[in-house]
Design a protein. Structure first.
Length: 288
């Protein structure tokens, strides 16, 4: 109370007015908020955006995704809008320190399930109507189950699904993994019980659903997943409140491997190899 008595009345009025002005400015400058969601029950799609089952001779499970990173987000108005010709709202950092142009993993943004990945002023997005969203995924990390010496355990998988990734080092469940190089799409690292291992999925094996494959293809290895707004998405420029877009990704049996022992359990000691870590579909959901 003594401190308040020492503050002049005119200063208190100014402070109150400033707070009121800040509130008014916030209301007049709404944001576009992009959130991630990971859904194990969402439809499982193939590269052409059609429902698919697990390939014969393989098995799969739905990982428990802890966080994910994207390197590019674009709204597209039509089925014939080519990649890059829509409204690009986000591009992540890239570098050629590893020799070729690559996603700079150390500067990546991440978000967990139902978390905000990106928030930008809505007035920075061009007005218009959009039917599709494209998201170039870069990295996903989560828990998977495996069978080791007859015992089921859980481990942490970090999978790099971006077209090319420059990685200095990264932490996987408390274990530091040093790379200092470029790694192409399909590079992964796994940690369980304090032990780590690394591997590389076959080239072209990562599933990238694109329902617009016939009219608007994306480059091989780009991991640009495409999803359709159910009722379209329109930005008028007259919005007075935040607009939220939830990008719901299907993780329905998205971690897939070749089976040696036909038991539906991932057993790396038996020689079972990871063949796919790609997301299995994207549904953008608008709320405001």
């Amino acid at each position: 109370m003594k401190i308040l008595k020492c503050i002049p009345l005119w200063l208190l009025i100014c402070l109150l007015f400033a707070c009121s002005s800040d509130s008014d400015n916030s209301a007049n400058n709404p944001s576009l908020i992009i959130k991630f969601k990971f859904d194990p029950n969402q439809q499982r799609l193939g590269n052409l955006g059609q429902p698919v089952t697990v390939a014969p001779g393989n098995a799969a499970q739905s990982p428990l995704i802890a966080r994910m990173s994207a390197n590019y987000i674009e709204f597209a108005p039509t089925t014939t809008t080519f990649l890059g010709q829509g409204e690009v709202i986000y591009e992540g950092a890239e570098t050629n320190l590893g020799g070729n142009m690559a996603i700079d993993f150390q500067q990546s943004l991440f978000a967990g399930n139902n978390d905000t990945f990106l928030s930008i002023p809505l007035n920075e997005v061009n007005t218009g109507s959009y039917q599709w969203v494209r998201v170039s995924l870069a990295y996903q990390e989560g828990a998977i189950d495996l069978l080791v010496n007859g015992t089921e355990i859980s481990g942490t998988l970090g999978s790099f699904v971006g077209y090319n990734n420059y990685i200095t080092s990264f932490n996987l469940n408390g274990s530091s993994i040093t790379v200092n190089d470029d790694k192409l799409q399909g590079f992964w690292a796994f940690e369980a019980l304090g032990f780590t291992t690394q591997g590389q999925a076959p080239e072209g094996a990562t599933t990238v659903p694109n329902p617009l494959f016939a009219t608007s293809p994306v480059p091989q290895g780009s991991c640009v997943v495409t999803g359709e707004f159910e009722n379209g998405f329109t930005i008028t420029g007259n919005e007075t409140e935040d607009v939220e877009v939830v990008l719901s990704f299907s993780i329905n049996n998205s971690f897939e491997w070749t089976e040696v022992n036909i038991d539906g359990k991932y057993e790396p000691e038996a020689g079972e190899q990871v063949v796919d870590m790609g997301l299995r579909g994207l549904i953008p959901i608008v709320s405001n």
